[in-house]
Design a binder for this molecule. Sequence first.
Ligand SMILES: Nc1ncnc2c1ncn2[C@@H]1O[C@H](COP(=O)(O)OP(=O)(O)OP(=O)(O)O)[C@@H](O)[C@H]1O
Length: 364
Amino acid sequence: MNWDDTAPHSTAEETAAGAPDRLVGADADGEDTAVEAALRPKDLEEFVGQERVREQLDLVLRAARARGATADHVLLSGAPGLGKTTLSMIIAAEMGAPIRITSGPAIQHAGDLAAILSSLQEGEVLFLDEIHRMSRPAEEMLYMAMEDFRVDVIVGKGPGATAIPLELPPFTLVGATTRAGLLPPPLRDRFGFTAHMEFYAPAELERVIHRSAGLLDLDIEPEGAAEIAGRSRGTPRIANRLLRRVRDYAQVKADGLITREIASQALGVYEVDARGLDRLDRAVLTALLKLFGGGPVGLSTLAVAVGEERETVEEVAEPFLVREGLLARTPRGRIATPAAWAHLGLVPPQQQAGGSGQQGLFGA
Ligand SMILES: Nc1ncnc2c1ncn2[C@@H]1O[C@H](COP(=O)(O)OP(=O)(O)OP(=O)(O)O)[C@@H](O)[C@H]1O
């Protein structure tokens, strides 16, 4: 395997001003990168969940193998940590092909892409993470490479510049993006197979946790795995990370066995609650409920109340709170849902005796 870009790449969540390092963040941290290689499923059989994607991909790969052809280009979209890199490695393994890994931000010039493409072997899988962050000239070169296995390398500058056509061996591009909507349609259309990766159900995360526990040689009870799964925000990367923190706690504070109680105590120490909210998420919700009666309140006001940057609240905390149905973004501001009151064990003002119901009091 070749790594053209091992530098950590960032997403909107990570780049938000002041975004803290989070145990429940979905982007890979240094420790994840070191451990994840050992935990990655090696074939489609081992890959947990995403049944439809697996089934469809299995057909695409089997058919290509039967024809003795290179597999179609594959586009994988979905949130960080759901298994896009893992799946690209599985595609290569299933096709018996080598894989080259790079990312959109690493390809700023068309020449960078030409250098990678021209060094591919026949049948090789090129994994292009964050494909939506590639430069426009590189993107345009990729159109032709994907369709005709050919690129035009421009030599010289100005009126004297000439395009030298370069034949490429057939290869399979696996593009990954957290934001499929940002891809220009001509690029999207050149993928033969597109798959959207969903967040995982708790039962699927339990399977991921049991599998990882086996590979890490840990003793875990089913209830312990369920406790960790419930706090993992639908994301295998987070499940694996929480498992490692619970393992530490179980080894230091107990006899190593991961029970429900041990998992719950350990994640309590790390301030990850029963629903996977961390300190920042709860600070946002608590301010919304306690200071602003559940809203509506403007984003800037809410951010000042929790002592964070606007972007941190909007891009780091809110997406999960919205996904969980705890917070809604409305034209009048942020509002808490009944589930938010229930989660923090608070009573909405409308339901309190003599409650005034403070709807609409707080501006941006
Ligand atoms: N379906 C799965 N079954 C078992 N483990 C999984 C699955 N999906 C992901 N994982 C585990 O989660 C970790 C993160 O997966 P991966 O790096 O493939 O995510 P990703 O979607 O590529 O993330 P990013 O967008 O940040 O690059 C890996 O260690 C992998 O082992």
